[in-house]
Design a protein around this ligand. Sequence first.
Ligand code: IMP
Length: 178
Amino acid sequence: MESQKLKPIYSADEIASTVGRLAREISRDYRGQQPILIGVLKGAFVFMADLVRRLEIPAEIEFVTLSSYGKATETTGRVKIIRCLQVPVRGRHVVIVEDIVDSGLTLEFFVKYLLRRKPASIKVCALLDKAARRKVTVPIDYRGLSAPEAFLVGYGLDWNENFRCLPGIYALSPEAIT
Ligand code: IMP
């Protein structure tokens, strides 16, 4: 049964108040500016949609698709660009919007990718921080919620393309991952 596989971690209400806080922090820091928010697909699509609707400043929205997991629950360590950035970011203030930072390898890769394109600044907004699993040091300027070491699903996060549409965040039981 589905409910036996999924342990609730964060409710939709807890997520909504966290997203509101992050939006206020970003709005305060970029007052009078128009940053470009770059969401990392697919996982960040729900978070991005909620975040931008809580901002009190104008912002541009872009997406890239990166992949390092394939169908597994562990990073392969090799990040692939599935869909690259479609607009120039030279001289722009960029905020990377990530669903979850785990090993940090995806974020490290993407920050380097962006730096080559010479933005005015880069900051990182991550809804979930699985800090205990970090392999590389990466800055998180706007940090949402701490994540347990379990594999999480819901609110955009998937396992094999399942569970993205759940409104809350759940830990997937290890027995369900076969
Ligand atoms: P990292 O490169 O190990 O930091 O992983 C970052 C990416 O892996 C995230 O953007 C997610 O797409 C995916 N990911 C990491 N942990 C989880 C998880 O617990 N559930 C679902 N996806 C995850």
